[in-house]
Write a protein that binds this ligand. Structure first.
Ligand code: SF4
Ligand code: SF4
Length: 384
C-alpha cells in the first residue's frame, strides 16, 4: 500500500512549514529513515525559468529553505539544483532563474550549495528505456547520496498537469530537453521519457510537493496563482500525482504524460492501493487549462517547427576565446577540438556545459537563422 500525506499549510511561514513537514515525515519514520549525517542531499526543485516566486511557476524559495533547514538539522549537506527550460532561443536561463526566483539568496543565507545542471554536465546512463536507450542525465543526481524531489503543484496547458513525475524532466540538462520535446509527438510518448528518467534514478526516496500557492489555468508558466494551502508528501511520485490531480479536479484518465509511468510501474496509481492520510479535499474552483475543457488534441508536432526555428548551437567566439580549454575539458563527449575550438555537432549532445563553463562568455548560442539571432540579442538585453 502506497501512502500520501496531505497537510494544510496556508502560508510560506517558516515554522509552520517545518512543523507541518516534520509531522508527516515523522509518521513516515522520520528523516533519519532516508538521510544519514554527513550525506549529500540534493533538493531537485522546479526552476522552470526566471520567474519571481510569487508567480507560482517555481518551487517557492521559502519552501526550499524550510526543507533544507530540516535536512541540515540531521547533519547532512544540502544542495539545490535544476536546469531551467526555454534554452532553445539561446538564453540559457538556469543561472538567471536561480537569481530571479530568490533561490540564490536563500542558498547564500542558509549555506546551501547551488548546482546548475547545465554547468555540471550530464553522464550517459544506459537505461531500460522505452524512448531512449541512453539518457544524458545530470551528474548531480549521480553524485549525491540522496535526492529529494520538490515539485510544484501546477496545471500544464499541453500536458494538463505537472507534478512529481514531470519535475524530473529538469534532470536533463541544457538544450537536450528541446530535443525530447521535438521527438515526442504527443504527451503520451513524452511520458515515456519521464518514465525512462525515473527508472534511471534509484536514490530518490522522498517527494515533497509545494502546493501552498499552486498554479492554475495555463501553466506551467503563464497560469495564475491559486491558494491551495497544501503540502503533499510521499515516497511514491506517481501516487502523489494521483492524489494531487484528484484535489485539482482533473480526471485521472486525462493525464496522458503519466500513462507510461503507470504502465512501467514507476509507482502506484490505483486509488484503492493508495492510503491518503491527512487533509485531502477537492480544491474549489481550481481553473484547468483551456485544452482540458475543450478536449483539444494535444499534438506536439505543431511545436516542432517552432523548436527547429529557434534551435541554437554552441559556437566558440574565436575573437574572445583565450584558449583556457575549460570547455574542451568539460565537454562530456569530447566534441570540442582542442586546437581549433571547432565543435563537432555530430557528437555534441546539447548539454550547454561549454556555454556555462566559459568564464569570459566566449561560447555563444547561435542559430543558423539570423532573424533568431537578432531576436535573441534583443531578448538577452531584457534578461540582463
Ligand atoms: S572556455 Fe571559453 S575561453 Fe576557454 S577555451 Fe573554451 S571558449 Fe575559449
Ligand atoms: S560541445 Fe560539448 S559541452 Fe558543448 S553543448 Fe556540445 S556536448 Fe555539451
Amino acid at each position: 500500500m502506497s501512502k500520501v500525506y496531505v497537510s494544510n499549510c496556508n502560508a510560506y511561514d517558516n515554522e509552520k512549514m517545518k512543523s507541518t513537514i516534520l509531522n508527516a515525515i515523522d509518521q513516515m519514520g522520520g528523516f533519519e529513515k532516508y538521510i544519514r549525517p554527513g550525506q549529500k542531499v540534493l533538493l531537485k526543485i522546479n526552476l522552470i525559468g526566471p520567474k519571481k516566486a510569487e508567480k507560482a511557476a517555481t518551487t517557492h524559495p521559502e519552501f526550499v529553505r524550510a526543507v533544507g533547514q530540516l535536512i541540515k538539522t540531521i547533519g547532512a549537506d544540502v544542495y539545490v539544483g535544476d536546469s531551467s527550460g526555454g534554452a532553445i532561443a539561446g538564453m540559457a536561463p538556469t543561472k538567471k532563474s536561480f537569481t530571479a526566483c530568490g533561490i540564490e539568496k536563500i542558498a547564500e543565507e542558509e549555506g546551501f550549495t547551488l548546482i546548475n545542471f547545465d554547468e555540471i554536465g550530464p553522464i550517459n546512463k544506459v537505461v531500460e528505456g522505452n524512448f531512449s536507450k541512453e539518457l544524458y542525465i545530470t551528474k548531480a543526481i549521480e553524485e549525491m547520496d540522496v535526492v529529494i524531489n520538490l515539485p510544484k503543484m501546477k496545471t500544464h496547458s499541453m500536458g494538463v498537469y505537472t507534478g512529481a513525475v514531470k519535475n524530473l524532466f529538469g534532470a536533463i540538462p541544457g538544450l537536450r530537453k528541446a530535443k525530447y520535446h521535438k521527438e515526442a509527438p504527443n504527451p503520451e510518448v513524452f511520458g515515456q521519457v519521464l518514465a525512462d528518467i525515473h527508472k534511471a534514478i534509484d536514490n530518490m526516496p522522498l517527494h515533497i510537493m509545494d502546493g501552498i500557492i499552486a498554479m492554475q489555468g495555463e501553466g506551467p508558466t503563464a497560469g495564475k496563482p491559486y491558494s491551495a494551502g497544501k503540502i503533499l508528501i510521499s515516497e511514491d511520485p506517481l501516487s502523489l500525482d494521483r492524489i494531487a490531480i484528484e484535489m485539482m479536479g482533473i480526471l485521472p484518465e486525462r493525464v496522458d504524460i503519466l500513462k507510461a509511468s503507470i504502465q512501467r510501474k514507476v509507482g502506484v496509481w490505483e486509488k484503492e492501493e493508495i492510503e491518503v492520510i491527512g487533509d485531502f479535499e477537492k480544491l474549489k474552483n481550481y481553473a484547468l487549462p483551456k485544452s482540458y475543457r475543450t478536449h483539444a488534441v494535444k499534438d506536439f508536432t505543431k511545436v516542432r517547427g517552432v523548436i527547429d526555428f529557434f534551435k541554437v548551437v554552441p559556437v566558440v567566439n574565436q575573437k574572445k576565446c583565450v584558449k583556457c580549454n575549460s570547455c574542451v575539458d568539460g565537454c562530456p563527449v569530447g566534441a570540442i577540438h582542442r586546437d581549433t575550438k571547432i565543435i563537432d555537432y555530430t557528437i555534441c549532445i546539447d548539454c550547454l556545459c561549454c556555454h556555462e563553463l566559459c568564464m569570459i562568455e566566449a561560447v555563444d548560442l547561435k542559430s543558423k537563422n539570423q532573424l533568431v539571432n537578432v531576436v535573441r540579442s534583443v531578448a538577452n538585453l531584457f534578461y540582463k
